[in-house]
Design a binder for this molecule. Structure first.
Ligand code: CA
Ligand code: CA
Length: 262
């Protein structure tokens, strides 16, 4: 039975990968930002204005500070991935001048790989400059090794989404983990290594408006490695699109064996 299910999963995943490019443009997910961190030199500090390159064509290059280091330790995404970027948990950061995609109304998707090595509450993404706790999203790893995300409105009202106060989704310590956050309407979903693990609904949205965002936050800096950060959206994300996004992960071998109904 298990073998049958697994084989069915593989076949459907394969078919979906073939089918994906034929989706009509109206339902296609558009990549709006893609940071691969492959532009650097191994074991060398990232530095310089706009030196962290956006390979999506959007021109949203990031500016590192504090001394994050390029590493050859990369997630299992197959050939063509040379480097990730390591953050020290103290002052390392990459800043972007653009509007964080979830600040704007509309459907959107963020996916990235993360390998955390710190045991403190830490931000993977903090969608403002400075530490003032309002007008921002926070996408974080709690001190107990669980993952979550929320936002505060421009006036500071907390909108809980997934995983507040150490009640997030457990993610393994010092292990490359793939995470996808989608928003369709007011509905947020979290995918861990290709499987849906949590949802949250934002019944009365009052989205942040801050322009500018960071990888690794401000007061609670990320400690560990991050790679292959990608924003998608600019349109309406259907459940089929989300599946396509997830199947993109399956294409690199994430979670295929664990899916039982695709
Ligand atoms: Ca990379
Ligand atoms: Ca540093």
């Amino acid at each position: 039975m298990a073998l049958h299910v697994r084989r069915a999963s593989l076949i459907v995943a394969f078919v979906t990968m073939i089918m994906a490019p034929t989706l009509p443009a109206s339902s296609a997910v558009t990549t709006t930002g893609y940071w691969r961190f492959d532009e650097g030199v191994a074991n060398t500090v990232a530095s310089g204005v706009g030196s962290v390159l956006d390979s999506s064509g959007s021109g949203d290059d990031g500016t590192p500070s504090g001394g994050p280091i390029y590493r050859t330790d990369v997630p299992p995404t197959g050939a063509g991935n040379a480097l990730s970027l390591q953050y020290d948990g103290l002052d390392d950061q990459v800043a972007f001048a653009s509007v964080f995609p979830f600040h704007q109304p509309g459907d959107a998707m963020l996916d990235f790989w993360l390998r955390y090595t710190g045991d403190h509450h830490q931000s993977a993404f903090w969608s403002r400059f400075g530490g003032e706790d309002r007008d921002r999203f926070n996408i974080f790893v709690n001190g107990n090794g669980t993952f979550g995300f929320d936002y505060r409105s421009p006036t500071g009202v907390l909108h809980k989404l997934v995983g507040e106060a150490n009640k997030g989704i457990p993610i393994p310590f010092d292990t490359w983990t793939h995470l996808v956050i989608t928003r369709a309407g007011t509905h947020y979903s979290l995918y861990l290594n290709g499987g849906l693990v949590a949802t949250g609904d934002d019944a009365s949205p009052d989205l942040p408006t801050f322009v500018g965002w960071t990888i690794s936050g401000n007061d609670d800096r990320f400690q560990g490695l991050i790679d292959e950060v990608r924003f998608s959206g600019a349109g309406s994300i259907s459940s089929k699109d989300v599946d396509v996004g997830v199947f993109h992960l399956l294409a690199v071998g994430v979670g295929v064996e664990d899916r039982d109904d695709r």
